[in-house]
Design a protein around this ligand. Structure first.
Ligand code: SF4
Length: 236
């Protein structure tokens, strides 16, 4: 058993209408609740951790993210000001997984809205290509929407970031998926990793790659970025 090794902590607040637009099979949050924690309690908790880190001169990275209105990254003035006052950075990056489906025109408008609020980076997670991604995402059309968002963001000169999940279904699709993503533009980061052992993803044991597949993947990708760089199975 390896000792825990972490260098930061991230607090995400999901507001009263903070239900995601869908429910991915790999969602690390799990079943969504209708209710939400009180924002003042969230702010007090984050504030306490900031004070504690300052007092003990910890170098941990402390991040905050605010999600609201059907899991759309709603950049609310009041909450952003509070986050900034707590020492957090103004939201410059948003994730695009839980958005309701939109036309390309609507996606373009959404990106313009975010740009107007100071956002410069969007992040998308891919569970394979096309139908495979949509299967994991439990929503037909999700893959195409994420691709449109990445493409439009790249055209608007935003930074794009990507995660690719490795499973027994997706492992043979990764090269092709990377080709498609490379055609869109250069991401500022691209992480390739298995699902977390959290939430609904705990139900996907049978889809997880095992040690021989991990070894094959790692040796085929000696020069590419895999995050985390150490993949240890439960047996190890
Ligand atoms: S988009 Fe994210 S939060 Fe929403 S269900 Fe999928 S993994 Fe969970």
């Amino acid at each position: 058993m390896h000792p825990p090794n972490f260098n930061g902590i991230y607090f995400t607040y999901r507001g009263a209408e903070g239900r995601c637009a869908h429910l991915c099979r790999y969602c690390s949050i799990g079943a969504m609740r209708d209710s939400a924690p009180d924002f003042d309690r969230y702010a007090k908790l984050v504030s306490r951790v900031y004070d504690w880190a300052r007092e003990y001169r910890h170098k941990y990275e402390i991040g905050t993210a605010l999600m609201d209105r059907n899991y759309e990254p709603h950049l609310d003035d009041e909450k952003e000001m509070l986050t900034t006052r707590l020492g957090g950075e103004k939201n410059k990056g948003v994730t695009t997984g839980g958005l309701r489906l939109r036309t390309d025109g609507e996606l373009s408008e959404l990106l313009d809205y975010w740009i107007g609020r100071g956002v410069n980076t969007i992040h998308s997670s891919f569970g394979g290509i096309g139908d495979t991604h949509d299967y994991y995402n439990r929503r037909v059309g999700d893959y195409l929407q994420l691709m449109s968002l990445q493409r439009l963001a790249s055209i608007k000169r935003m930074n794009i970031g990507q995660s690719i999940f490795v499973t027994k279904r997706t492992i043979f699709q990764i090269d092709r998926l990377e080709e498609v993503l490379n055609d869109i533009g250069s991401p500022i980061y691209r992480n390739i990793y298995p699902f977390g052992f959290l939430g609904l993803a705990k139900n996907l044991e049978i889809e997880r790659i095992e040690e021989p597949e991990r070894e094959a993947l790692l040796s085929a990708r000696k020069n590419t970025l895999l995050r985390p760089d150490t993949w240890i199975s439960e047996r190890e």
